[in-house]
Design a protein around this ligand. Structure first.
Ligand SMILES: O=c1ccn([C@@H]2O[C@H](COP(=O)(O)O)[C@@H](O)[C@H]2O)c(=O)[nH]1
Length: 237
């Protein structure tokens, strides 16, 4: 997957999605999440692929290992670039996911990269302590999950920008740190808790940034994308 920002296509229909994408060429990365996928099914992925977009299919699979393995075997045939599982705390499930992807990738095609969600960027320290009843800090839990993910043989994790540097130290530079929760300095957090700017993401060592509302909700989405891309790449004027 290219290193340019990944635009989260959190739209209610294919019509709204392609209307939004009119100002973008196939040279940007896109993310298809649950809302759009559950509405439109695999056809949305096929259409985006035809137009040349690199695709992160963000379905956050989480089930018993056998079920996840079988589902990944199906997703491997979609020709997407990146897929994920939820719960980086479940090593057996992650290994099964990888096995399914390997098995399902048609010969001659590249296996999609596989990453695992550590702690959602909408989670804060209090929730880790009181709701998840984890007796470690949020950062410790994210790092623990990242190590487990690497041990399971996956390509990286979803985390926030605030954990990217420590994950790089422990898991290496090439291990994916895919970071949502990206906001421009004057942007609202919405339901996100661990937010950061594109510039912070670059400085902290994110390998990819995921950006939804800061682009999709902007008055001029193309201009917002270009501003974010420049801050992310460090090429801003
Ligand atoms: O920890 C996570 C995992 C996934 N996401 C997804 O990223 C986008 C972020 O959207 P914004 O509008 O930029 O907040 C969204 O599709 C989430 O499902 C995440 O935010 N955090």
């Amino acid at each position: 997957m290219k290193t340019s920002p990944i635009i989260a296509l959190d739209f209610e229909s294919a019509d709204k999605t392609f209307d939004f994408l009119r100002v973008f060429d196939g040279n940007v990365n896109v993310k298809v999440g649950m809302q759009l996928y559950y509405k439109e099914g695999p056809a949305i992925v096929a259409r985006l692929k035809e137009l040349g977009f690199d695709i992160f299919l963000d379905l956050k699979l989480h089930d018993i290992p056998n079920t996840v393995k079988s589902a990944m075997e199906v997703l491997a045939g979609f020709g997407v670039d990146l897929v994920n599982v939820h719960a980086a705390g479940n090593k057996t499930m992650m290994e099964a996911a990888l096995e399914g992807l390997d098995k399902g990738t048609p010969s001659g095609m590249t296996r999609p990269s596989l990453i695992a969600v550590t702690q959602l960027t909408s989670t804060d320290e209090r929730q880790v302590r009181e709701e998840q009843l984890i007796g470690a800090s949020l950062q410790e839990s994210v790092l623990h999950y990242a190590k487990l993910t690497k041990d399971a043989g996956l390509d990286g994790v979803v985390c926030s920008v605030h954990e990217a540097a420590v994950i790089t130290e422990v898991c290496g530079k090439s291990f994916f740190k895919v970071t949502p929760g990206i906001r421009l300095p004057d942007g609202g957090a919405h339901d996100q808790k661990r937010i950061a700017t594109p510039e912070q993401a670059r400085l902290e060592g994110s390998t990819h940034i995921v950006v939804g509302r800061a682009i999709t909700g902007a008055t001029d989405p193309r201009a917002a994308y270009e501003q974010i891309e420049a801050l992310w790449k460090g090429t801003e004027a």
